[in-house]
Design a protein around this ligand. Structure first.
Ligand SMILES: Nc1ncnc2c1ncn2[C@@H]1O[C@H](COP(=O)(O)OP(=O)(O)OP(=O)(O)O)[C@@H](O)[C@H]1O
Ligand SMILES: [Mg+2]
Length: 493
């Protein structure tokens, strides 16, 4: 391989067809003192003058004199090789000098004396300080070498996993989740499709060491809150935002609540009686009752001390980390919003009071249950308190550009739709040429990893299979397609 030329910030490298280099691979242009690290983001044929004419002429010849294919002196070989020469479009990613990588890339290696070779990810990783020691294996790179990211790369960070439908996003989220709890971390998962409950199990159904650390809770069934444990702040947020309660009624509600709270009589039953007895306008009373009934009918609240869920207990009972999976499938959209808001406010309250350690939050398709104002809250205020979110979505435009700017790690799967591609390429921290070209051609089960976890050196990972029972699969009508119905003839004999 040789450097051919530089066009704006692209470096063009010429490679023979035998050279095993693919899009996403790293190259190194080595000079005696330093080497320029480049990444191939696209490839094209070498266009030599007159090549199209030559190909056309050959095509015409072979069509008109079919059968004459032998070429004993192999005259065609050189010309074939030239025609198959590739130009690799590369972006400079940094300079290695004295075995250390620096992001400086503002120099041009010599076209004549520099030697261009493959740089394996393993060797590239050796030129930077590791981010941590708790490795989570994701898959392979450079066709066979193992690739892992340190759990520390997710700690205190915001992560997005995105790609088109069925590309493997939840699969990646599960790998990360298992890796985190193996390393004694805590996670809360908002699970829309009932797929995370088995994250601790193997494909054959047997349990891994992590299985007992995973607890699935179903809102309204085993996930119920007491009014007093929730507190007025989350409840009034819920009433005004999710249940559209007007300010006047809300003020009355807060007064009633405070009165009951001061008397230590806070319960669903006493709240109902208090609203009945409260001296206020009939319209206000109606509004209060309507909201009260929605809260009561949601099944999320209980007066019974045995049925109440205590979030702090989950942490005290699981000393070596664990995942709390909130199953949101089969829960009405309104109840989803309420559960998510209650859980988040409870988490933040406990974190604020330093009652629990920081938590990783896995949120699938969060736009379905997260109120607009919560997004920014999650990535700013909540992150500071210790909620580190992993957003999983197949709609990259559901996440605002403002949020992308705060994101530290992006796992990108294939997108072929142009508008999605433009969106993710603008949003991600790598240059948009790289993201667009690589993501468009990413085969299934391969993922482009960008950001902090890979030190801003984009890496294409061939993701491992995940040893857990198949869940979250879309239900199919023709699910037993392989069982061909017996042909009518068979019955005759
Ligand atoms: N690296 C992989 N190796 C083997 N199987 C995989 C891999 N990645 C994904 N799969 C399988 O492909 C299927 C789809 O993956 P997954 O459910 O993670 O996709 P998704 O992007 O979350 O889809 P959706 O948009 O429907 O939520 C699953 O059956 C999963 O087990
Ligand atoms: Mg999924």
């Amino acid at each position: 391989m040789k450097i051919l030329k530089k066009e704006s910030d692209d470096i063009l490298v010429i490679a023979s067809p035998r050279e095993q280099v693919h899009v996403g691979d790293y190259l190194m242009a080595a000079e005696p003192q330093r080497s320029l690290v480049m990444q191939v983001y696209d490839e094209r044929y070498l266009d030599v003058e007159g090549i199209e004419e030559e190909i056309a002429r050959e095509e015409v010849l072979s069509a008109s004199a079919s059968g004459v294919t032998s070429d004993p002196t192999e005259l065609a070989t050189i010309s074939t090789l030239v025609r198959d020469m590739r130009i690799l479009l590369c972006k400079a990613r940094g300079t290695v000098a004295g075995g250390k990588l620096t992001p400086r890339a503002n120099w041009m290696p010599s076209r004549t004396s520099s030697t261009v070779t493959r740089l394996l990810i393993e060797d590239l990783a050796g030129t930077v300080e590791p981010l941590g020691v708790r490795d989570i294996r994701l898959g392979t790179v450079d066709s066979e070498s193992s690739f892992a990211i340190p759990a520390e790369a997710l700690d205190g960070r915001i992560t997005v996993i995105t790609g088109r439908k069925e590309s493997g996003k939840s699969h990646m989220a599960k790998i990360l989740l298992r890796g985190l709890i193996e390393n004694r971390a805590y996670a809360v998962v908002f699970d829309l499709n009932d797929e995370y409950g088995t994250v601790g199990h193997r494909r054959d159904g047997s349990e891994t060491d992590q299985a007992r650390k995973v607890k699935v809770m179903r809102p309204g069934r085993d996930l119920k809150f007491s009014l007093s444990s929730v507190g007025i702040r989350p409840i009034s947020n819920l009433l005004s935002h999710s249940l559209d309660m007007p300010g006047t009624s809300l003020r009355e509600f807060v007064k009633i609540w405070e009165q009951l709270d001061n008397r230590d009589e806070l319960s669903l039953a006493s709240l109902e009686t208090a609203i009945q007895m409260w001296r206020c306008n009939e319209f206000v009373r109606d509004a209060l009752f309507a909201r009260y009934h929605t809260l009561a009918a949601s099944g999320l609240f209980t007066d019974s001390p045995h049925q109440q869920f205590d979030l702090q207990d989950f942490f005290t009972l699981n000393r070596s980390g664990g995942a709390l999976v909130i199953s949101l499938s089969g829960v009405s959209p309104l109840n989803r919003k309420m559960v998510v808001e209650l859980m988040l406010s409870k988490l933040v309250e406990l974190l604020e009071r330093r009652k629990i350690p920081p938590v990783f939050l896995f949120a699938e398709e969060a736009h379905l249950y997260l109120r607009d104002t919560y997004w920014e809250d999650l990535i700013t205020r909540m992150r500071h308190f210790g909620v580190f979110t992993v957003f999983v979505t197949n709609q990259p435009d559901a996440i605002d550009q403002k949020i992308y700017r705060q994101v530290d790690n992006i796992f990108l799967y294939n997108f072929s739709n142009d508008s999605d591609l433009t969106m993710v390429s603008q949003a991600s921290m790598a240059d948009s040429d790289t993201v667009k070209a690589i993501v468009r051609t990413l085969p299934p089960r391969m993922c482009l990893l960008l950001g902090y976890a890979v030190r801003n050196l984009p890496v294409v990972v061939n993701v491992d299979p995940f040893d857990s029972p198949a869940t979250g699969l879309t239900r199919r009508f023709f699910s037993d397609a392989l069982e061909v119905p017996p042909s009518p003839k068979q019955g005759l004999y």
